[in-house]
Design a protein around this ligand. Structure first.
Ligand SMILES: Cc1cc2nc3c(=O)[nH]c(=O)nc-3n(C[C@H](O)[C@H](O)[C@H](O)COP(=O)(O)OP(=O)(O)OC[C@H]3O[C@@H](n4cnc5c(N)ncnc54)[C@H](O)[C@@H]3O)c2cc1C
Length: 446
């Protein structure tokens, strides 16, 4: 018996439940057979059994932030886990458990009094469910690794409609898959068990705005310092119309550097951020804020403003190891063509990291994502494929994509796992979900 609300297609409440399921205003054209608002793990078990009885597939939704609305599938039950939002902290063991509908900020708020921290998403409204499963590229992940490597266990409802626990000693292959398989995970996670980290005592932000004219020098320098800066420094270049106090300023797109240093001692952060003063075009900076102390909540506000709610968003991305000679001229065109004030190109330097025991397997030195944001539905055809088309053009420089910002619906050929890990995942899916109850990636099968 399902305790939560169930909306079958055509019934009152269904359309609202469907609209609410996807954060992006650009809604997918797909329509589930029913939407279940689960109130407990038992409801998820019951929903899986219901799907099986009716010969339907079933897909979970945690925070609804997948850009493609990948939880929404035709002929499937959509099980909305928003009400599964419990967060529990065990300070003594520096661990926490989170239900999938909880939000990263809630977790860090509860961890703070214990001097603990978790690398949650930059935007506070992302659901932990989808965020952790796809890898989790969050605050201080440059130092701590993608969030999924700090997942030490998962409670999973299987295709057989059973609730099982997976960790390093039991059902460990499900833990492996939970670390990075994203929408291809063969089950529904109802609880994540997390290892937490010491909280950095100092959080500092440096902010520079450069004109587009210096793009070549800036990107070449960004690549050059990429592996010189310590991993506790997250270095981002946004190609966008700058914002002042989070309000978009009409005008030409510019190059905005956001560099965040998370250390125990402020002077270590100041030393790391001082590297940014080595920029060869420093005198062109129209804004220069160095090492401003920040709270995590202030950082979340920056994360939230970068990709604001209320827009129609289309996104695509790539990881690359390409050097400056090839990469800079190739990406210049994206920075120069940012189509609307809300849109942006996102450039992130990534440090060398070894990722073990995880499905996650596509990574690189530089992450580049193109985000198009607009409001008028009449402009959909004009903007939807801007990022995708650039990523197709740059395919020869790409290691593959990050599932966080996947657009497999529009670019099904994109590589999202290593060949070896994809083969292992497919084999595992075949055993845990032989009847294909859980739809996988949007690529191909839908
Ligand atoms: C404004 C915004 C900011 C973002 N910032 C970041 C960021 O800083 N770092 C980052 O890494 N990513 C970021 N993302 C991407 C985001 O983390 C991913 O889209 C993630 O999948 C969203 O998780 P969700 O639970 O909100 O999404 P959902 O749409 O609910 O789920 C995403 C996918 O995971 C599956 N899924 C979700 N929960 C479960 C579950 N419990 N069991 C099984 N399958 C499940 C769904 O079926 C779906 O296919 C951002 C996205 C947005 C819209």
């Amino acid at each position: 018996v399902i305790e939560g609300d169930v909306f079958w297609s055509g019934e009152d409440g269904y359309e609202d439940a469907l609209a609410q399921a996807v954060w992006n205003e650009l809604k997918p054209p797909r329509r589930p057979a029913a939407i279940v608002h689960a109130t407990s793990a038992e409801d998820v078990v019951a929903a899986v059994r219901l799907a099986r009885e009716r010969g339907l597939r079933i897909k979970a939704r945690s925070g609804g932030h997948a850009w493609t609305g990948s939880s929404v599938r035709d002929d499937a039950i959509l099980v909305n886990l928003a009400q599964l939002s419990e967060v529990r902290v065990d300070a003594a063991s520096a661990t926490a458990t989170v239900e999938p509908g909880s939000k990263g900020r809630d977790l860090n708020t509860l961890l703070e009094p214990h001097g603990l921290f978790f690398p949650t998403g930059h935007c506070p409204t992302v659901g932990v469910g989808g965020y952790l499963l796809q890898g989790g590229w969050g605050w201080n992940s440059t130092s701590l690794g993608p969030a999924c490597v700090s997942v030490i266990g998962v409670d999973v409802v299987t295709a057989a409609g059973e609730l099982v626990h997976a960790d390093e000693t039991q059902n460990s292959e499900l833990l492996w898959a939970a670390r990075g398989a994203g929408p291809g995970f063969p089950g529904i996670v109802t609880r994540f068990h997390l290892r937490c980290h010491p909280r950095p005592r100092s959080m500092l932000l440096s902010n520079y705005v450069y004109p587009l004219e210096v793009i070549d020098e800036l990107l070449e320098w960004a690549l050059q310092i990429g592996r010189e800066v310590p991993p506790q420094l997250e270095f981002v270049i946004l190609g966008t119309t700058p914002r002042i106090d989070n309000v978009v300023v009409e005008g030409p797109p510019a190059l905005v550097i956001n560099a965040i240093a998370m250390f125990d001692e402020a002077r270590e952060g100041e030393r790391a951020l001082a590297l940014l003063e080595s920029c060869p075009v420093l005198e062109h900076a129209s804004l220069r804020v160095t090492a401003a102390p920040m709270t995590l909540n202030e950082l979340y506000a920056i994360g939230e403003s970068t990709e604001a709610p209320g827009f129609r968003w289309a996104v695509d991305n790539m990881w690359t190891d390409a050097g400056a000679a090839e990469l800079v001229p190739a990406v210049r065109e994206i920075f120069e063509g940012v189509p609307t004030p809300a849109s942006h190109v996102f450039w992130l330097n990534w440090p060398e990291q070894e990722i073990r025991d995880a499905a996650l397997s596509v990574i690189g030195r530089t992450y580049i994502a193109a985000f198009t944001g607009w409001t008028d539905p009449a402009q959909d055809e004009r903007y939807r494929f801007w990022g995708r088309d650039h990523m197709r053009r740059l395919e020869h420089l790409s290691n593959g994509i990050q599932l966080a910002d996947e657009n497999l619906d529009a670019r099904p050929e994109a590589r999202y796992l290593s060949d070896e890990n994809l083969a292992r995942l497919e084999e595992l899916r075949g055993r845990w979900d032989p009847d294909g109850v859980f739809p996988s990636y949007l690529a191909g099968a839908g």
